[in-house]
Write a protein that binds this ligand. Structure first.
Ligand SMILES: C[S@@+](CC[C@H](N)C(=O)[O-])C[C@H]1O[C@@H](n2cnc3c(N)ncnc32)[C@H](O)[C@@H]1O
Length: 183
């Protein structure tokens, strides 16, 4: 399967698919953190290149409800971010999953198909993650564990805090590849 992981620098989902024998490419404006097939640049450059499946992690900076106090001053940025999400959701790709935290996508575009938590996939943490799905089944939890800590909110300030907060959990990356790579 030819798989595009849009807006991914970590390589987590890309490598999970690659390990299962798929032709997976990650794409980000940034370099990839781990060696692998990666397009550094705008995902819109390659979105029409004949993918079977796209998993997209667009930036949530102007969309997440946790930043709602800034929405008034950032109306233009929010509209641009929403337009990017619309373009990704409407891409000419048979199967699409788009991931974001609890965000205005729900009210401005449509409600998510599923909300998952890291503790359903082997990580004892809470971080509600919404999935908008096209022609894909909901992800089935793979390893429900104890622990309901909101670790990401408690991370101390550091230059790479945003990266640590936004890197896809390994258990979720593995579940995507195992469950969506066999369709
Ligand atoms: C919230 S992060 C997602 C990180 C991802 N979960 C991971 O594990 O790598 C959003 C990413 O989207 C990238 N991005 C923003 N606009 C983009 C574009 N037009 N094309 C490709 N990547 C883009 C940013 O550079 C950022 O790394």
């Amino acid at each position: 399967m030819k798989v595009l992981i849009a807006c991914e620098y970590s390589g987590r989902v890309r490598d999970a698919f690659t390990k299962l024998g798929h032709d997976a490419t990650s794409c980000d404006l940034l370099d990839t953190d781990t060696p692998g097939k990666h397009y550094k640049g705008d995902v819109l450059d390659i979105i029409n290149d004949g993918w079977d499946l796209m998993i997209a992690h667009p930036p949530c900076t102007h969309l997440a409800v946790s930043g709602a106090r800034w929405f008034k001053e950032k109306a233009k940025e929010q509209e641009e971010a929403l337009e990017f999400v619309r373009v990704l959701l409407n891409a000419p790709i048979e199967r699409i999953a788009l991931e974001n935290p609890i965000s205005v996508i729900s009210s401005k575009i449509r409600k998510p198909d599923q909300i998952i938590q890291p503790w359903q996939f082997g990580h004892g943490e809470t971080k509600a993650t919404c999935l908008w799905l096209k022609n894909l089944p909901k992800l089935v939890p793979t390893n429900i564990v104890d622990g309901r800590e909101a670790k990401v909110h408690k991370m101390p300030p550091s230059p790479d805090r945003w990266k640590l907060r936004s890197t896809t959990y390994q258990g979720i990356a593995d579940a995507m590849a195992q469950q969506w790579g066999v369709l």
